[in-house]
Design a protein around this ligand. Structure first.
Ligand code: OZZ
Ligand code: MG
Length: 214
């Protein structure tokens, strides 16, 4: 059976990236996906917005929904301080195993924990199974119709604290209208929109930052 696109991305990283160098892994994926096969990584343009918000948050505990092949997990984890860690939730076992290998090549396996499963099943387990008390930063990049229910679940489970920062990808394309409606009308969230473009394309997109005010 011929390989998947995600396997071909791993092959390209494994062949071209410098082991232990996260930047070279990111560059390799961006080059492959802009020149050979498009893939749904946050990419190099929106990636700069992600970097800035992660630096602003300076999280000890970061959470990501939607690992895919690990591109944004590497982008986030490369900026974390020594004792900080990223938990990233991935539902598709093939993507999870490819992400694990790409993250290993980047030399960031110690800082990133990939949790396999559905976000709505994992979120309630974060306290007991993963010793999470509060999350300082959350990157939402999984199924767009899950952004809103999962944000509500994070709040209900008590993982958000005054100053917790959420950042959501794809606000324009594919879009997350129910999430935007909810978060912008919620009194405890202070929202900022960051216009940008869809990864590797000239299509309009945007990211939304929401700071929890407690
Ligand atoms: O659809 C998009 N993203 C959905 C991502 C889904 C990922 O989240 C995982 N997951 C993990 C946990 C879950 O609970 C559910 C899914 C899935 O297994 C997949 O790895 C998307 C689409 C476009 N696009 O141009 O079409 C552009 C983008 O930037 C996108 O992010
Ligand atoms: Mg996305």
């Amino acid at each position: 059976m011929d390989q998947s696109k995600e396997q071909r991305i791993l092959n390209s990283v494994s062949y071209n990236a410098v082991k232990g160098d996260p930047e070279s892994v990111l560059d390799c994926i961006d080059n492959y996906c802009s020149q050979k096969e498009w893939a749904m990584n946050v990419g190099d343009e929106k990636g700069v917005i992600l970097d800035k918000v992660v630096e602003e948050a300076d999280p000890t505990i970061a959470l990501e929904f939607g690992t895919y092949v690990g591109y944004s997990a590497i982008r986030i984890a490369r900026l974390l301080k020594p004792n900080a860690r990223l938990l990233t939730i991935e539902f598709n076992p093939e993507f999870a195993s490819i992400a694990r290998e790409i993250i290993e090549i980047a030399g960031l396996s110690e800082k990133i924990t990939i949790i396999e499963g559905h976000s709505q099943d994992i979120i309630p387990q974060l306290r007991e199974k993963y010793q999470v008390d509060k999350v300082d930063f959350v990157f939402l990049d999984h199924w767009k119709e899950r952004y809103c229910p999962d944000t509500i679940l994070l709040e209900e489970c008590g993982y958000l604290r005054k100053g917790s920062i959420l950042l959501a990808d794809n606000i324009v394309y594919p879009g997350a209208p129910d999430f935007i409606k909810y978060i912008r009308s919620h009194k405890s969230f202070d929202c900022t929109n960051y216009p940008s473009h869809l990864e590797y394309m000239k299509v309009e997109d945007a990211m939304e930052k929401a700071v929890y005010m407690g």
